[in-house]
Design a protein around this ligand. Structure first.
Ligand SMILES: *[C@@H]1O[C@H](CO)[C@@H](O)[C@H](O)[C@H]1NC(C)=O
Length: 275
């Protein structure tokens, strides 16, 4: 009897230690460039096994109320993730969700996504915050940037999506082609389209302060999340395009866009999240 109760006490202590570990994720504080390891606050190299969680349309986050296989983040999803030993999620916190109207940040969206990150954190799962985008915006048959980013008069009607991949599509009042038309082209090839290069060029050239607006979005996101030990990093942009390759085809040469276009903007984003 005595032995049993002692082992029960030990089990209880072990359980409470485990709970403390889960409730108190050790923040990832740096990367060791020599080993490429992520180092936590206790100086340990940490290894990750994870998944993407990206909702590529409104409301730009997974369902937080109901279990929907592959599309929710409720207790049952967490249990499934833990059963797969997942300890990190790359979470889409989309610019379109954060700033649906230029200059107006959606605090509800930031609170919902923060709730998701906390839920992961409480269950021993880190988050890599991701500005997810694919082909930038709805006007370009893509998603990620807000609707207000791309203006339809930026390119002449003959150069609109998906020229030169195909003749221009009909568009709605927001300049957005239909899903049926967008689904008729290869999305990855459409990065080479005239209007896509034009829009990325304006981001990198800070046309109408659009580069600064992207930086400001990151500052808002980081200000909301910085205190959370579960946030292990910020992925400033998923699969960035080179810029306006139609105006300057040398951007397609490996390395050119990295130093000319990406690095200056990434440096601004990096400064913003560290302020
Ligand atoms: C703000 O975010 C919430 C939560 O996703 C959403 O329900 C609401 O429609 C959003 N508001 C706008 C203007 O996009």
């Amino acid at each position: 009897m005595k032995t049993l109760s002692i082992s029960a006490a030990i089990a209880a202590v072990a359980l409470s230690v485990l709970n403390v570990v889960n409730a108190d994720l050790s923040k990832i504080v740096r990367v060791n460039p020599a080993t490429q390891h992520f180092i936590d606050a206790q100086g340990r190299s940490r290894f990750f096994h994870g998944t993407n969680m990206v909702k590529k349309s409104f409301p730009w986050h997974m369902d937080v109320n109901n279990f929907v296989p592959s599309w929710s983040v409720v207790d049952r999803d967490i249990e499934l993730m833990k059963s797969l030993n997942i300890n990190i999620v790359r979470l889409g916190v989309h610019w379109a969700g954060v700033e649906p109207v230029r200059g107006q940040y959606n605090q509800t969206y930031l609170d919902v996504t923060q709730g998701i990150i906390k839920k992961f954190q409480d269950n021993g799962i880190y988050t890599l915050v991701d500005q997810h985008q694919d082909v930038w915006a709805a006007q370009l048959c893509g998603h990620g940037a807000p609707l207000w980013f791309v203006k339809s008069d930026w390119v002449t009607p003959g150069h609109r999506m998906p020229y030169p991949q195909k003749a221009p599509f009909a568009v709605d009042a927001n300049g957005v082609p239909s899903d049926a038309d967008c689904n008729s082209i290869d999305w990855s090839v459409s990065y080479l389209d005239y209007a896509v290069g034009n829009a990325f060029g304006r981001l990198y050239n800070n046309y109408d302060n659009l580069g600064d607006a992207w930086v400001a979005y990151w500052k808002v996101v980081a200000t909301n999340y910085n205190a959370l030990p579960g946030v292990m990093g910020y992925d400033l942009m998923n699969e960035p395009w080179v810029g306006d390759h139609m105006a300057d085809p040398t951007l397609l040469t490996p390395g050119v866009a990295d130093s000319r276009n990406l690095e200056p903007l990434w440096n601004k984003g990096n400064n913003a999240i560290r302020q």
